[in-house]
Ligand binder design. Structure first.
Ligand SMILES: [Zn+2]
Length: 151
């Protein structure tokens, strides 16, 4: 079942919300893909020869104050031109990250407004997680003068 309203709220390309599981700890949106296949990062040829498909859980911005996770399959395809395997890149999650780009940006901004400890409490993250996200965003964004990197 596709939910056009949830898809619009989510606002990511080529994915659709298949189900929304509401638990005490938070909300989990199970995502499916609209289109099969992906372009090989090496030769740019299109492949829909699916080799492996494994689920991953990605933290996203909270919905109505509830911690929110996206369950999405990381798809590995076989490229017959290169004769090698490649994993599809998602436009909204950086490589090997467990958080969406917008969630990492939110954490970065939240730390600047308050403290790492406060953000840990609000988001239910560990100090190392928040600090790791902050450090990474700091390097990516080349921040304006005056933004201090917390120790
Ligand atoms: Zn290729």
């Amino acid at each position: 079942m596709m939910d056009i309203h949830l898809d619009r709220l989510l606002n990511f390309p080529n994915v659709t919300v298949q189900s929304c599981i509401h638990e005490d700890e938070g909300i989990r949106l199970d995502l499916g893909f609209i289109k099969e296949g992906s372009h090989c990062p090496k030769c740019k040829h299109f492949s829909d020869d699916l080799h492996r498909n494994r689920p991953s859980l990605i933290r996203d911005l909270s919905i109505f104050g509830k911690q929110t996770y996206l369950r999405i399959y990381r798809r590995q395809y076989y490229c017959s031109t290169c004769q090698s395997y490649f994993t599809e890149q998602l436009s909204f999650v950086d490589w090997h990250r467990r958080y969406t780009q917008r969630y990492e940006a939110y954490i970065y901004e939240s730390v600047q407004r308050s403290t790492i400890e406060q953000v840990c409490r609000e988001e239910g993250l560990t100090w190392d997680q928040v600090h790791g996200i902050f450090k990474r965003q700091y390097k990516l964004k080349k921040p304006k003068l005056g933004v201090q990197l917390p120790a």
